[in-house]
Design a protein. Sequence first.
Length: 292
Amino acid sequence: MSLRSTLASAETTIAPGVYDALTASIAAEAGFKALYLTGAGIAYTKLGRPDIGLVSMMEVADTIAMIRDRVDTPLVVDGDTGFGNALNVQRTIRLFERMGASAIQLEDQTTPKRCGHLTDKTVISAGEMVGKIKAALDARQSAETLIVARTDALAIEGMEAAIERAERYAEAGADVLFVEAPKSNEQLSAIAGRLASKRPLLANMVEGGSTPIHAASELGALGFKLVIFPGGIVRALAFAARAYYTSLAQAGSTKPFADRMLDFSGLNAMLGTADILANGARYAADDAEARA
């Protein structure tokens, strides 16, 4: 089922954050119908830096390609600001679509952007963002590649301005609307009340961020169709990694941590190593016959 069809169904879709092929494969194995490639997650893990606009277009494209080589689950990709003006947006859309993105998210922050739950953001004009959305729509090859339009204006210009921007982005042709960082249940309800009838709505759940954490079922009842938990996996792994390294430094061995980690066999079983090697052996046998 395409992501467009999934969002048209009655249920609310959860797209957990992933940042590489390993996390994508684990999330896909858990049965999610969509995944979210988080730009923040790429910054956290590949650069060891915060989400402040340091990740490049090619770093995201390479990550899409690696994930697509491993899983075929619909993939929503964080495209930040499109990495420049409308012409840069078109290049981004063409590249990400070729790599395998099912949906590409664009936001109306200035460049360099920063995490939507950090302070002191700035936004471009609504008119410039409308131009970027139209450029994105012209650049995509398939109507099944969705354009997600995100506005960060709520924290800067207020609720009414943010909703008006989202309405303009819907009129420009965006497939999914995303009002970033509402601060209360009342704001979530207001966003859904005004926009849910226009386009599928995306809600962003950031642990410790500006928006109260809700279950997908609660957000679905308000009118949201797609719920992302983008950075949760990095926070979970960072928490585990800190405990692991602390334990190793103190004990001089991984034995005290053994019940909180996969062993060599367990990891290979999860990765499907035996099946991959068996497949390789089949081709090696053919090669041996050819040499004979």
